[in-house]
Design a protein around this ligand. Structure first.
Ligand SMILES: NC(=O)c1ccc[n+]([C@@H]2O[C@H](COP(=O)([O-])OP(=O)(O)OC[C@H]3O[C@@H](n4cnc5c(N)ncnc54)[C@H](OP(=O)(O)O)[C@@H]3O)[C@@H](O)[C@H]2O)c1
Length: 287
């Protein structure tokens, strides 16, 4: 008698930047419980005493690629490893980010929030597009914010070298808006290849870490410590933006109420041109 062997469907893979802490870690844990594999693009380790991720690392369901994302040589090396080792990516979560306490510049000489939160997500998408095309869901979610709700002045050409610095509502907010804007501009073109790009606001989450200098103004730091939700909330919102009722939307910023109308949309193309120029002129040569 012939034995019928039923092939198990291959697990889906999510690539998550900043997968080892806060919202990214909760998203990683959730996807693992749902049977996913996670390619974690991270600069520091997962906590050794986190049994869920430690077990998944041991049996290959979490695969780690290390890089300080704002350093293009490290980013290029990590992306090359991902291109070699992964066979497909179903969903890309460009999640790494955060508010810094002072004005800093990347090794390439651009303001740090701009490099990490606007330029790098674009580079990662461009370099992993072929793997996304081999995946089943072909979805990209950038982690945005509502910190730009009160932004009154915005100049796409000033983001790399801002003259002044303000915690949270300055470069942090501007560069989240810039990422959501290039996503909106690029998405209709990429949808022709079957790829869905969106951004998502994870809402307020308490991701305060002992020993980490906060880039949050005192009142926000206080609110976060005592009143913000745990990061499972933000992970849930990123999960919804990828797989929920907006899963066929193209280019939108999604928050808990639905689609957000982006301000300064007239500058979306300009931001896209700027990040693409950096990608073509500075990054491609490293790959
Ligand atoms: N928490 C909120 O209320 C809130 C609200 C709106 C949006 N967000 C956004 O949500 C995302 C996740 O933030 P979170 O609150 O979960 O903060 P978090 O706990 O500090 O996690 C941030 C993650 O990004 C990584 N990261 C930061 N800079 C990096 C760099 N230069 N290179 C590589 N990795 C880097 C961190 O790595 P390390 O572990 O090495 O530090 C960490 O894994 C961020 O984009 C943030 O702006 C958060």
């Amino acid at each position: 008698m012939n034995t019928l062997t039923l092939a198990r469907p291959a697990a889906r893979t999510a690539l998550i930047t900043g997968a080892n802490n806060g919202i990214g870690l909760e998203l990683t844990r959730r996807l693992l419980t749902e049977g996913w594999h996670v390619a974690a693009l991270i600069r520091s380790s997962f906590a050794a005493d986190d049994e869920v991720t430690a077990c998944a690392i041991r049996d290959g369901r979490v695969r780690i690629y290390a890089a300080e994302l704002t350093d293009f040589s490290q980013l290029a090396a990590a992306l090359q490893k991902i291109q070699t080792n992964e066979t497909a990516i179903d969903v890309l979560f460009n999640n790494a980010g955060g508010s810094l306490p002072e004005l800093r510049f990347s090794p390439q000489g651009r303001e740090m929030h701009y490099e990490l939160q606007t330029v790098v997500p674009y580079i990662i998408y461009r370099e992993l597009k072929d793997l996304l095309l081999r995946g089943s869901l072909k979805t990209v979610i950038g982690t945005s914010s509502n910190a730009f709700n009160y932004t009154k002045i915005f100049d796409a050409d000033n983001l790399a070298q801002p003259q002044r610095f303000k915690q949270l509502t300055g470069a942090y907010a501007d560069t989240k808006l810039a990422m959501s804007l290039w996503t909106q501009a690029l998405a209709p073109r990429e949808a022709k290849d079957g790829i869905f790009l969106r951004s998502a606001d994870p809402g307020p989450n308490n991701t305060i870490r002992k020993g980490k200098k906060s880039g949050l103004p005192f009142p926000v730091n206080y609110l976060m410590r005592f009143f913000f939700a745990p990061p499972t909330q933000g992970a849930g919102r990123l999960h919804d933006a990828a797989f929920g009722s907006h899963k066929s939307d193209v280019g939108a910023l999604i928050d808990k109420k639905g689609i957000v109308t982006l301000k300064f949309a007239d500058q979306a193309e300009r931001i896209l041109e700027n990040v693409d120029r950096i990608y073509q002129e500075e990054f491609r040569v490293l790959m």
